[in-house]
Design a protein around this ligand. Structure first.
Ligand code: ADE
Length: 278
C-alpha cells in the first residue's frame, strides 16, 4: 500500500517511523511519504493561508499550494492501469476534518484494501472548498472526522487513521488472530484481559480464566463483551444484528435492558411487542 501525507508540519508525522507501522515501512509493506505543503508555495514568505471570503475569524488554506502538492503526489503515485478495477482505481484523498464522516473500524477495513491513500492535513479554519471539489476529478474524496471534537489540524487525526488502517494491511500485525478478537471486530467492545500474577493486591484473576475450559472461557468473554458494550456504548448495541446473537447473548442483553424486536435490538420497553428473550 502506498500512503502520502501532505502537511505544513511534516515532523508531526515522524511518529509513523516507530513501532509496527515503522517496521512495516522498513519491510516495504507500507510505502509512506510525507510532503511539506510549503514546498509548493511560490512567494517569499511561503504563504499557505489567507483571510476568509465573507469575513469571520481565522484563516483559510489557499487553493494553489494544495493543487500543486496534490498534482505532484498524483504524478509520483502508482500509475493508473489501463483496466479499471482494483489496480486501476483512483487514489483515495482523505481530508481530516471535524466536518467529515466519522472514521470507524469499518472505514479502516475498507481503506486497508486500497492501493493508494493520500491524506491532506488542513490547519486553521480548513482548506478552500474548491480544492475538495476539484480533487474529485482525480481522487475519491473522503472528508473524515475522528469524532465530535475539534483538533488544531489534521495531523493527529492522520496518525490515528494511518495506524488503524496500516495494522489491517496483511503482514503488518505479526499475529493476525489478534485482529479477530479486538474491539469493534464484531460490533462489540473487547472483553477485559488479565496476565500474571493470578493474585495482585488482593485482586484475583477471574477463576474461569484459570480453568483451562475453552468453552466456558469463550462464553465468559462473550458475556463481558456484551455487558461492557451495553454499559459503555448503547449505540453499538442498537446496531447489532440479532441474527448474530444466540440465546445466551440475548439473556445477557436482557439483563442489561435490551431485547430483540423483529430485526433489531432495542431497549426493553421502547418497542412493543418484544420477542421473548428465553
Ligand atoms: N481536524 C480537526 N478536528 C478534527 C477531527 N475531529 N477529526 C479529524 N480531523 C480534524
Amino acid at each position: 500500500m502506498r500512503i502520502d501525507v501532505v502537511s505544513i508540519f511534516p515532523e508531526y508525522l515522524s511518529a509513523l517511523d516507530l513501532s509496527l507501522i515503522g517496521k512495516a515501512r522498513q519491510q516495504g509493506l507500507l510505502e509512506l511519504t510525507v510532503t511539506d505543503l510549503r514546498e509548493f508555495t511560490t512567494d517569499r514568505h511561503r504563504t499557505v493561508d489567507d483571510t476568509p471570503y465573507g469575513g469571520g475569524a481565522g484563516m483559510v488554506m489557499k487553493p494553489e499550494p494544495w493543487a500543486a502538492a496534490l498534482d505532484a503526489v498524483r504524478e509520483r503515485g502508482p500509475a493508473p492501469a489501463a483496466d479499471p478495477g482494483v489496480a486501476g482505481e483512483r487514489p483515495v484523498l482523505v481530508v481530516p476534518s471535524p466536518a467529515g464522516a466519522v472514521f470507524t473500524q469499518a472505514t479502516a477495513r475498507e481503506l486497508a484494501l486500497r492501493e493508494h491513500l493520500v491524506f491532506a492535513c488542513g490547519r486553521y479554519e480548513g482548506i478552500d472548498e474548491r480544492v475538495v471539489d476539484w480533487s474529485r476529478e482525480h481522487f475519491e474524496v473522503r472528508p473524515m472526522s475522528l469524532g465530535d471534537y475539534v483538533l488544531n489540524g489534521g495531523e493527529v487525526a492522520v496518525l490515528a487513521m494511518v495506524e488503524a488502517i496500516g495494522r489491517l494491511v496483511p503482514g503488518v500485525v505479526g499475529n493476525p488472530e489478534s485482529l479477530v478478537e479486538e474491539s469493534h471486530a464484531d460490533g462489540l467492545l473487547e472483553y477485559p484481559v488479565y496476565t500474571k500474577p493470578a493474585l495482585w493486591r488482593d485482586r484475583p484473576v477471574p477463576e474461569v480464566l484459570l480453568s483451562g475450559h475453552h468453552g466456558r472461557i469463550a462464553r465468559w468473554r462473550r458475556d463481558r463483551q456484551l455487558q461492557r458494550t451495553a454499559a459503555r456504548r448503547p449505540d453499538l448495541v442498537a446496531s447489532l444484528d440479532p441474527a448474530g446473537l444466540d440465546r445466551a447473548d440475548r439473556a445477557v442483553l436482557a439483563e442489561a435492558g435490551w431485547i430483540v424486536s423483529g430485526a433489531r435490538v432495542v431497549r426493553a420497553g421502547d418497542d412493543a411487542p418484544g420477542e421473548p428473550v428465553a
